[in-house]
Design a protein around this ligand. Structure first.
Ligand code: MN
Ligand code: MN
Length: 318
């Protein structure tokens, strides 16, 4: 399903992701996504943020900036949107005041995409949206491998804020609820101070493969991407990218920045080098446009989503 040309896109004045066609939002259930290989959903929800809010506007600005991304991927020698029938599925709409309802609505919509036979791609929104996405993914595929790019482990417990759910807890719940295949959580980009020496204990107890920035600094992203590919084999892989995994010098538009992260090039190359994995879903979260400068973070977010779409396109070529 090709992109619309720049002229068509400017003429109608709407801003779907990557100049793609919109799903039929009047249709109910999976028929809205009939025939799609991939459905991109915006999730304008950030009531799970603990520091600077604003990621709820991520989907709008990611749509706008993604219009600059062209379809042919020269690295993979592949026209991504010729290969993939990709649709913009609109936003998952929820009132910002009810976190439980927001999670349910995300889970239902991701399940609907899966029921239609398509791969869900989510543009957040804060990182709390990953848990309901993974609940739907695991209900469909069983426990999956999860590649998690982030400055943080996101395995906080309720003792920190007195709440079991916020943007620092999705990986805790995904692990304890059994959505992640044992030994197949890959956490990349962790750094900064921890609340105590047990920060990675939960991940370790699930045999996660952890690549903090100290490890990335030594070997680069190539060897770790190879390790991930070898370990996951043909099994389904969910990719969750918290934009704060990338250094705030390259991605300033995010609510909880931590210095010393991946460069843009490392992050893009990491996703590119996952070529060949069986991607079952992706989210890109924590882009906060109000804190961005010259759309740097939004353009990177769109580029990372495109690298993920290229992985899905490579998979559909098999
Ligand atoms: Mn983070
Ligand atoms: Mn996170």
């Amino acid at each position: 399903m090709p992109q619309q040309s720049a002229l068509e896109y400017i003429r109608h004045g709407q801003t779907p992701f990557f100049r793609l066609p919109m799903a039929d939002l009047a249709a109910k259930g999976p028929s809205a996504y009939a025939g799609a290989d991939v459905v991109l959903l915006g999730v304008p929800y950030d009531s799970g943020t603990t520091y600077q809010p604003g990621a709820r506007l991520g989907p709008y600005h990611l749509r706008r900036t993604s219009a600059l991304v062209e379809s042919f991927h020269p690295g993979h020698k592949l026209d991504v949107f010729e290969r993939l029938r990709a649709l913009d599925g609109g936003n998952v709409v929820s009132p910002p005041f009810n976190a439980g309802q927001a999670r349910e609505l995300v889970q239902v919509e991701v399940a609907t995409v899966l029921e239609a036979g398509a791969i869900p791609f989510l543009a957040g929104g804060d990182h709390s949206i990953t848990l309901p996405a993974l609940r739907a993914i695991a209900a469909h595929h069983g426990p999956v491998a999860v590649v998690h790019v982030d400055a943080h482990f996101d395995t906080s417990g309720p003792e920190v804020w007195g709440e079991p759910h916020h943007h620092g807890t999705p990986i805790r719940h995904a692990l304890t609820e059994g959505h992640v295949k044992r030994g197949h959580l890959f956490q990349i980009g962790m750094r900064g101070g921890w609340k105590d020496s047990d920060e990675r204990a939960l991940s370790d107890s699930h045999d996660a493969r952890i690549y903090p920035m100290d490890v990335v600094d030594v070997g680069g992203v190539g060897p770790l991407a190879r390790e991930i590919r070898d370990r996951v084999g043909d099994g389904p892989v969910y990719l969750t990218v918290d934009i704060d995994g990338i250094d705030p010098a390259f991605a300033p538009g995010t609510g909880t920045p931590v210095p010393g992260g991946l460069t843009s090039r490392e992050a893009l190359r990491l996703v590119r080098e996952l070529a060949g994995v069986n991607l079952c879903g992706m989210d890109l979260v924590e882009v906060c446009p109000a804190l961005d400068h010259a759309d740097i973070t939004c353009h990177l977010g769109a580029a990372l989503l495109f690298e993920g779409l290229a992985l899905a396109a490579l998979g559909s070529r098999k």
